[in-house]
Design a protein around this ligand. Sequence first.
Ligand code: 3PY
Ligand code: MG
Length: 264
Amino acid sequence: MRPNTLKEKMASGQPTTCGWLSIPSTYSAELAGHAGFDTVLVDLQHGMIDFQAALEMLQALSSTSATPMVRATTLDPAAIMHLLDAGAYGVVCPMISTAAQCETFVSACRYPPRGDRSYGPARGLLFGGADYYDHADSHILTWAMIETVEGVKNVDAICATPGLDGIFIGPNDLSLALGGRPGADFSDQKLIDTIEHVRVRSKAAGKFIGIYTGSGEAGSKRIVQGFDMVTLGNDASQLTGAMKAAIASAKGGGAPVAASKTGY
Ligand code: 3PY
Ligand code: MG
């Protein structure tokens, strides 16, 4: 089976970057895949992307060296299994707050007896290879998003879920859950401490730890903090930022364009 190079890099202690696609475009997917990200994720939760667009974007990513991942819209086992059949090598599942939810999520990504994933890996066989079934369970990355107060409270139990590979922190929703605002309050001490707590507990349980950030600069700080995988904003924020910077530069410099703190 084609290796999951993202998993291999993180397992060897290398920090990795995750391109984040919200625009329903095969061309954008191809550009992100060739840009040098270790993985590129198709975001069906908040991106303007349905299953058909996601399928085509995963196909476009196949021509690149980036490990293709998806974020599911919600904890829907059938939809998660379908995205895996479409060739995703990793799934980020939003809003995991309990160990039971995490078990349902991981089970959807693992074949019996480890889980209850139904057999029919259509594009998995084409992208992964003829031996997909034999190795899928050890290659496919499962990321539970912790972004609620209940999820933080249950971080140890969530991390104890057999077959879970990593925790991915959503700082915008976590900020809201703690009574703050998206983006604006990333400097809030309670949010800073909560993020560090989730990171430390996840690493203590032997899990990979990832986080969404709004820029390369923010991603670099998270790598120094000890995160294994960081996003650097999404395609829409990066495109908008580049367009605004070009306009400001053409009109005589102007003020430097501030990176979006929320990543949107
Ligand atoms: C969050 O920050 O809540 C996310 O889910 C990132 O998209
Ligand atoms: Mg979120």
